[in-house]
Ligand binder design. Structure first.
Ligand SMILES: [Zn+2]
Length: 226
């Protein structure tokens, strides 16, 4: 799973393009910037300038979590490439930057066209064999993550709740974004998530009282499986 480092020249360009600030929230007082691959690196194992964007770790986690959609990131990237490096402070602003030629399909088609003029066709699809490529597997893990957040929020309260932590923990343990983990490791990820939920205070309390904390994948499939 050796991953090439991003060439310094490209890194520098990405930093410059973003004006040394997070492309999403505009924050420049950041300990660690992260260069995000808009299309997963594993798609073609390349670091292409037009596929990279500078983010703070906070925003990066939101992107990983799907709280910020790939479309939003793409739009932002396109606006950056057009020389607008003032990061939108509100989401609505980013929508004004570009006029997609079609309102249909969330502008996905238009995005492709824009990117294509730069270099090549970038497809929006999950790499085969990853959790993201199977709706059932993906949605079940997403549910566990939501459940974990629900339990953890009950422990620490809304104000102190950090939604990014679990994504970082998964990435650390499995070496990939949660939905980019190979399906072959799905069972292990499920065990990991169950444990995380069980280790919250509410999880422990419920476990002691024999209250169910989550459905098994089998139960989930029976109820919601497609
Ligand atoms: Zn940010």
């Amino acid at each position: 799973m050796g991953r090439k480092a991003i060439p310094e020249k490209i890194k520098k360009k990405i930093y410059q393009e973003a004006g040394m600030a997070c492309s999403m929230c505009g924050e420049s007082d950041v300990t660690t910037f992260e260069i995000h691959h808009i299309q997963p690196y594993s798609d073609n194992n390349e670091h292409e300038e037009e596929n990279l964007i500078l983010l703070c770790s906070n925003c990066h986690a939101k992107v990983t979590a799907g709280e910020i959609t790939e479309n939003e990131v793409l739009r932002l990237k396109i606006s950056l490439m057009k020389g607008n490096n003032s990061a939108p402070q509100q989401k609505s602003q980013s929508n004004n930057v570009l006029n997609f030629n079609s309102g249909v399909n969330n502008g996905v088609v238009a995005n492709k066209v824009e990117i294509k003029t730069q270099k090549k066709f970038i497809k929006i699809s999950a790499p085969e064999g990853t959790i993201a490529s199977s709706a059932n597997h993906r949605n079940y893990i997403k549910r566990l993550i939501d459940r974990y957040h629900e339990f953890k929020t009950a422990d620490v309260g809304k104000v102190k709740m950090k939604y990014t932590i679990i994504y970082g923990a998964i990435k650390k343990e499995f070496g990939a974004k949660w939905d980019m983990i190979p399906i072959s490791r799905f069972e292990r990820l499920v065990v990991f998530m169950h444990r995380r939920i069980d280790n919250t205070i509410l999880g422990k309390t419920n476990k002691a009282r024999n209250i169910k904390r989550y459905s098994t994948f089998e139960e989930y499939l029976q109820k919601y499986g497609s």
